[in-house]
Design a protein around this ligand. Structure first.
Ligand SMILES: Nc1ncnc2c1ncn2[C@@H]1O[C@H](COP(=O)(O)OP(=O)(O)OP(=O)(O)O)[C@@H](O)[C@H]1O
Ligand SMILES: [Mg+2]
Length: 145
């Protein structure tokens, strides 16, 4: 990675702004894995990403399904939260591989629960609490070579 990200986000609006920037730069078929403890800002960053792609509706965490789809922006966005997934089979049965092939942007909260499902070229970002705000950094992929 030439320029790994390392940014302090003073408040939730800053998280949204960064999300929008990442959204505008997103490529078809890209996967972004959002690591971070409870309340670290993963869903907020996702909201910014989705908005950055031009989708103006509401953006919330997947609750009744394991994936939330945002269609109608310049890229389709598929937002997964692995926290509520029982096992890998549940994701595979849901069509995980098809989602990866759809040429949209795939965003995953709690990716470390099933890291083997994520493609090698996934961008891993980590959010953490820093004072009242948050810090976001690029993580090295857990896969070597
Ligand atoms: N940079 C920031 N500074 C301060 N608060 C923030 C920042 N970014 C987001 N927040 C706030 O943190 C809270 C939790 O955010 P969010 O729901 O996005 O976290 P999450 O990582 O998705 O949590 P979960 O693990 O429960 O899914 C929200 O109230 C949000 O507004
Ligand atoms: Mg969340």
């Amino acid at each position: 990675m030439t320029h790994p990200l390392s940014v302090t986000l003073a408040d939730a609006d800053a998280t949204l702004v960064l999300g929008r920037e990442l959204g505008r730069a997103a490529q078809a078929g890209q996967v972004i894995a959002l690591v971070g403890e409870l309340g670290a800002g993963k869903t907020t960053l996702t909201r910014g990403l989705v908005r950055g792609l031009g989708y103006e509706g509401e953006v919330t965490s997947p609750t009744f399904s394991l994936v939330q789809e945002y269609l109608g922006g310049s890229l389709e966005v598929f937002h997964f939260d692995f926290y509520r997934v029982e096992d890998e089979h549940e994701l595979l049965d849901l069509g995980w591989d098809d989602y990866l092939e759809r040429g949209g942007l795939v965003i995953v909260e709690w990716p470390s629960l099933y890291p083997d499902l994520l493609p090698r070229n996934t961008r891993w970002l980590k959010l953490s609490h820093e004072g009242e705000g948050r810090l976001v950094v690029d993580l090295e992929s857990p896969f070597k070579g």
